[in-house]
Design a protein around this ligand. Structure first.
Ligand SMILES: [Fe+2]
Ligand SMILES: [Fe+2]
Length: 375
C-alpha cells in the first residue's frame, strides 16, 4: 500500500488475533508497546473507529468478545450477533486475493507471490499447481491490462496481510490446472488452459472477477469497523473495474473463435456464467456478457445494448454469501470443505465454518439466467 496511510505512532493491527474482533484502543496500545505484533500495519486511516461506533453494536459472537449490547429501541443499531467477525471476513477475502494474485502474477511474470507474501499463521503455505507466463507478444494491450491487474492483486494481498496482523493466514493450496479443466467441463468444454493465449487468459480472469465483486458485496454487511468497511468498498470497486475491463474486451471480441473448441468467445463466457449460476444455488445472481440480441428498456423503449455490468433491477451488483462463493471456488453445488481451486479448502481460522460451501444442489436457475440476458 501507499505510504500515506501509515502512521508511525500507531504500529499495531486493528484486529485482535486472539478474539477475531477489533482491538480496543487500550489493548492496541498495550500490544504495540509489548512488541507482541511484528507484522506490518494498516495505519491511522484504518485505526480506531470501531470502539466509538454508535451505529453498530459489537455483539458477542463466536469470535468477538467486545459485547456492546443490542438496544432494541434504537433503529440504527445493526444486530451482528452470530455474524462472522471482521478477522474472519478479512481472512476469507485474503484467500480469494491469494487466488487472484497467483493467477495474474504467474501469467505476467512467470512466478507467483514471494515467500514474505505467503507465510504466516500456524500452517505452512500450500503449493500452487499450474500457472505460467502467458505470451502476450501478439496482444500487447492485453499484456498491459494483465500487468496492471496483477499489481492490484498483489497490493490486495499485502494490504489484507498487514491489516490482519497476527491473524494473518498463509496461502492455501491452489490448483489452477485441475480446477480450470473442471470448470471447463461444467461449461461444456473438455478442457481449458487459461495460460495458452491472451484471450484464454481473459476468459480465466472472467471466472474470478465477477465472483470477487459479489464476494466483497456479500461480506460487507458483516464488517463492523467502518474503516475496514471503507477499505473493503475500495477493494470491491477495484474488482468491479477489473471485471468491467475483462467483460468489455470479451464483449468486443465475442464472435472470435477460441482455439479448436469450435465455440466463440461469447459462447464460452456465457456458458461459464451459466455454470456459475448452477453452482451457487437457486438465486439468479450471475449474468453473461449478452449477445447480439441483448437489449435494455429505457422508458418503455427497447435499445440494443451490451451486458458489461451484471446488475439487478435497481442497477446494483449482486451479493454472494461466503458459502456461495465457496460453491464456485470449490466447483460444487453441494456442501464441501475443499475442492476446485482450493484442494485443501480455504483457510479461515477465525471462523472455520466459513470455509464451507452452501447446499445449492437444487439449483435450476441457469435457464433463467440465459433467458434474462437474451442468450
Ligand atoms: Fe483483488
Ligand atoms: Fe481483481
Amino acid at each position: 500500500m501507499t505510504n500515506e496511510i501509515k502512521d508511525k505512532n500507531e504500529q499495531s493491527p486493528i484486529i485482535d488475533a486472539s478474539t477475531g474482533g477489533p482491538l480496543s484502543k487500550s489493548r492496541r496500545r498495550f500490544l504495540a508497546h509489548s512488541g507482541m505484533y511484528t507484522a506490518g500495519l494498516v495505519g491511522s486511516a484504518l485505526l480506531g473507529a470501531c470502539s466509538d461506533d454508535k451505529n453498530v453494536a459489537l455483539a458477542q459472537d463466536d469470535n468477538d468478545n467486545m459485547n456492546g449490547g443490542i438496544d432494541p429501541n434504537n433503529p440504527d443499531i445493526v444486530d451482528l450477533r452470530g455474524a462472522p467477525s471482521d478477522a474472519a471476513v478479512l481472512q476469507f477475502a485474503l484467500n480469494l486475493e491469494y487466488l487472484e494474485a497467483e493467477y495474474y502474477l504467474r501469467a505476467v511474470t512467470g512466478s507467483g507471490l514471494v515467500d514474505d507474501d505467503i507465510n504466516g499463521g500456524p500452517e505452512d503455505p500450500g503449493m500452487v499447481t499450474g500457472g505460467r507466463m502467458v505470451d502476450f507478444s501478439g496482444e500487447p494491450l492485453i499484456g498491459r491490462y494483465a500487468a496492471e491487474i496483477a499489481s492490484d492483486e498483489l497490493d490486495h494481498v499485502q494490504f489484507l496481510r498487514r491489516g490482519l496482523g497476527d491473524g494473518v493466514i498463509s496461502r492455501p493450496q491452489i490448483n489452477f490446472t485441475d480446477a480450470f479443466n473442471a470448470a471447463a467441463q461444467a461449461a461444456g468444454l473438455s478442457s481449458f488452459d487459461p495460460f495458452a493465449s491472451p484471450i484464454n487468459f481473459l476468459i480465466g480472469a472472467f471466472v474470478f472477477e465477477d465472483v470477487g465483486v459479489s464476494a466483497y458485496k456479500g461480506g460487507a454487511q458483516f464488517i463492523r469497523n467502518r474503516d475496514f468497511l471503507t477499505a473493503a468498498a475500495g477493494i470491491l470497486s477495484v474488482e468491479g473495474y477489473h471485471a468491467g475491463l475483462v467483460r468489455t474486451v470479451l464483449t468486443a471480441r465475442m464472435d472470435e473463435a477460441v482455439g479448436d473448441t469450435g465455440l466463440n468467445i461469447g459462447q464460452i463466457v456465457n456458458a461459464i456464467s451459466d455454470a456459475r449460476d448452477n453452482l451457487d444455488g437457486p438465486e439468479d445472481i450471475d449474468q453473461g456478457i449478452g449477445n447480439g440480441n441483448t437489449t435494455v428498456s429505457i422508458y418503455n423503449t427497447s435499445y440494443q445494448s451490451t451486458n458489461i455490468v451484471p446488475v439487478d433491477d435497481d442497477g446494483i451488483t449482486y451479493s454472494r454469501t461466503p458459502g456461495q462463493v465457496h460453491n464456485i471456488a470449490y466447483l460444487t453445488p453441494e456442501v464441501a470443505q475443499m475442492g476446485g481451486f482450493f484442494p485443501q479448502g480455504t483457510r479461515i481460522p477465525a471462523n472455520p465454518a466459513l470455509s464451507t460451501s452452501s447446499d445449492a444442489s437444487d439449483s435450476d436457475d441457469a435457464d433463467d439466467a440465459s433467458a434474462e440476458s437474451g442468450m
